[in-house]
Design a protein. Structure first.
Length: 414
């Protein structure tokens, strides 16, 4: 498969040309581009760097990769996770109750995957429709009784929404919005579909403030175009004609990993906005981003030293989580099969394949019983408690489980 990479020279969100690169990560793969053993080394890889706009203080990439073919074969899903199921149920419940959406309300989801989130709205009486480019995930959604349109949602798609579903009472994007190459035109298109008085837009993205605090550079990916803070998200919403209603739709304990979860209404909405803390003023200073960029090499070195030290001591390591966090951490640190014996994941679509770039083999958790290790580095740290409980029920002996976040911080910064 050939990939076209297009370079940019201006901010995706405000159009300013005052852009500054603060992080360069070298060649990086796509997170879900798993490799057959006989195709090792033939996967996509391209330079990945992250920039800050010094006009609107939004972090972003300044390149686009043509991804329509990639998303057509995309298979990632968290529906098998009990924690994720609880999150989706609570998101549907809180959205409908807080914003007065009763039975018969219309809920649309962009990037609806296998329909698991929409199914929670549907179970509460909502009429639903998803938009999803992956053929396999669309097929699963339909089998589960959740209607879906197989496409990448854009301004043209918005015009094709059936009349009986317009205006929408809620539009939901969970970890999809930060994949959009053109966020502002997207929001403007959504504004035209949403009920202007009582409609609510619910978006979950990765929180740049948390990324920087945790040094979670694995979330910088070719698939992600923008990285937002509460402050920069508010500015973007206002430019698109929305009002930020809350950044506390669900408490931290009920959200996944690195989650900035917001609700917004069209400007002039009947919903009353809550007071929102925009975060520290340092996020609007170039030095903050320059210092973070300088710290990343030290952070990656800390993880490599830990892994190499374990190997030198005769200890054997595996990883857990073949999603973006696992794939990109291994690729960014240069760790491979000699360092990490294998990478466990409950999603079967990658079993028997290799992680892109690192070429660590991917398998089910049962491998831990068949081929024991001394320690498992958990890349999917947001599910750590769930993983521990599941392995305790399945394995005679559970190896030491260590969150990758604890290893990415040098001792002085921990």
């Amino acid at each position: 498969m050939s990939w076209l990479v297009h370079q940019r020279s201006a901010c995706r969100l405000c159009g300013s040309s005052d852009m500054a690169e603060f992080l360069r990560l070298g060649d990086a793969p796509f997170t879900d581009d798993f490799v057959a053993p006989d195709q090792r080394g033939h996967e996509f890889a391209a330079p990945l760097s992250v920039w800050i706009c010094r006009a609107c203080w939004s972090a972003q990439t300044q390149h686009d990769v043509e991804v329509s073919e990639y998303y057509r074969d995309y298979n990632y899903s968290v529906a098998a996770s009990p924690f994720a199921q609880r999150f989706m149920a609570r998101l549907a419940q809180e959205t409908m109750s807080r914003y007065g959406l009763g039975p018969g309300a219309t809920v649309l989801e962009v990037g609806s995957g296998d329909g698991a989130q929409l199914a929670q709205f549907q179970a509460r009486g909502a009429r639903v429709l998803g938009f999803e480019p992956s053929a396999d995930l669309c097929a699963t959604s339909r089998v589960n009784g959740v209607p879906v349109s197989e496409c990448l949602f854009d301004a043209q798609t918005a015009a094709c929404i059936p009349a009986q579903l317009r205006p929408a009472d809620a539009i939901v994007l969970t970890y999809t919005f930060d994949h959009l190459p053109e966020p502002l035109p997207f929001l403007e298109a959504v504004r035209g579909v949403l009920d202007p008085e009582r409609g609510v837009l619910v978006i979950e993205v990765h929180d740049l403030e948390q990324i920087m605090r945790r040094r979670e550079t694995c979330l910088f990916e070719h698939e992600h175009s923008v990285y937002l803070t509460r402050r920069s998200f508010r500015g973007l919403l206002e430019r698109a004609g929305f009002e930020l209603l809350t950044t506390r739709l669900l408490p931290d304990s009920e959200r996944r990993g690195n989650s900035l979860l917001i609700a917004a209404g069209v400007r002039g909405t009947h919903h009353v906005p809550e007071p929102v803390y925009d975060g520290p003023a340092e996020l609007d200073r170039w030095e903050t981003y320059a210092d973070f960029g300088d710290s990343v090499a030290e952070s990656h070195d800390a993880l490599r030293r830990y892994v190499h030290g374990a190997r030198a001591a005769g200890r054997r390591l595996a990883g857990y989580g073949a999603g973006g966090r696992g794939v990109m951490t291994l690729a960014g640190t240069g760790l491979g099969p000699r360092d990490i014996a294998y990478l466990c994941d409950r999603s079967p679509h990658a079993h028997g394949l290799l992680a892109p770039a690192s070429h660590v083999p991917i398998c089910g958790p049962g491998r831990l019983a068949e081929d024991p290790v001394d320690e498992v580095i958990v890349f999917s740290y947001g599910y750590l408690d769930e993983i521990r409980e599941q392995l305790a029920a399945e394995l005679p002996v559970v190896p030491l489980l260590t969150s990758v976040l604890d290893l990415l911080r040098p001792a002085a910064a921990a």
